[in-house]
Design a protein around this ligand. Sequence first.
Ligand code: ARG
Length: 529
Amino acid sequence: YEEENRVEKGGEAGGGRGGQEYGDVEGAITGTHGRHRVRRKRYKDPERRMGLIDGIALTVGLQIGSGIFSSPGVVTLNTGSVGASLIVWIFSGFLAWSGASSFAELGAAIPESGGAQAYLNYAFGPLPSYLFSWTAIVALKPGSGAIIAIIFGEYLARVIFHTTTADADHPHEQGLDGIPAWSVKLIACLIVVVISALNAFSARLGTRLQVGTTTVKLIALIAVPVLAIVTAARGKMPTESKQAFSSFGSLFEGSSTSPSSYALALYSGLWAYDGWDQSCYVAGEMKNVTRDLPRVIHSSMSLVITFFCLMVASYFLVLPPALVSGTNTVALDFGSVIFGTTGGIVFAGLVSFSCFGALNSQVYTSARLVYAAGKEGYLPAVFGRINSRTATPVTATVFQAVLILIFILFGSGFASLVSFYGVCSYTWYFLTVLGLVVLRFKEPNLHRPYRTFLPTPLLFATTALFLLVMPIASAPVEAGAAFLFMATGLPAYFLSVSKAREGLLGVIVPVKAREWCGGRNIGGIVRSG
Ligand code: ARG
């Protein structure tokens, strides 16, 4: 049990690249037998082996994904100016930071697997906890999978349709720049089918991708600011950018005054920072929680915020603001303005590869979350089956793939899905952090190895509430859909509770990795969150 629990704790909550990236951090990819053994020898207390650097690498690696290559457009579009968009990027970073500190307090005080689900259960009881897992399965995981697939599709479609030669002086029209919308959806669907098929055939295929995608992300993150500075130093900034950066006033010229646009902009920025909740999983693993946990959070959040703001400023140095606000493929435009078509293709390649890796991990872990839910009786039992030939949870993988495809086909693109995802995720982030505040009063003596400064969760909860209320006006369809998806969990709760009475934490009880791969330990990870 210990071993499973440890592996499980290392991974990302049910849906991301965590387990796998965690492997990178330790120099041992979870999922390969040999390395797994090496790791066991090296660590005497496997539960607590994570140091400061490991923690930072894990958190940062999980957060940086598709968002920083796609969100700047929606942020700029909704804020209306360079200055206001930079502020949104900084603000959403700080919001993520305050969320991470709050989750860390919970993670250290309630060191159970399951993350938010466990804290919700502790603070409010089984129903909210169940609804959260339900949301993760039907909305959060497939929703984020769909977003990443669509970004992949947009980058690739623009390469295929040769619209990579952005001209800095003739910004694109808003939107997809002449690319048929169906082509993006088609590519997105194809990639989901391919990745799901790969995952259905082999449990280990994808885990090795991780080292590659991490390297690629780092290359892009370093290349963009360096290239932007060189471009600016050579006096090649576009006129509009020069103008925007010429004075404080012009930096904010054209800023939107509508609060609901800012809510939409924040959702986009927050998508890029999403994954910050992973800090609470780090807690259970740290050698010295009290000392290192705050350090991990503070260093990784300041690193990510710095990186992201540098990236966004770099885009603005090279591309006119109007061009940035019309594109979801800002890195491609960046590359093609500097190096022409080839540059655009190279950047598109980097980002698509990174999305491919992210989607693969997403499919891998989401399928296992569905599998666990099926096994514990929260979903029909067929989802809790392992295919005897492939040793993978095939039905669960297909189920997740179908949900992702539905989101791609019926969603109306990146910005809309990001708002939907934002409403779903911030409902639970809000309630979880509210739980922290409640527990401070209800259980003042609970042992808290790490205590965050109380105004932090209060600030987070207040902003999250704003984020939940605003879209009712600015994105009513997305908000409505989000609440509808979450509400479908209610009947499911009452149906499944009769079947699986003991402990709703079951959904995230560690997947018995050994059981579903015929007695071998493959280091599977499943957790909701
Ligand atoms: N920040 C990531 C990105 O920009 C998204 C993370 C999705 N959330 C998650 N918990 N895996 O692609």
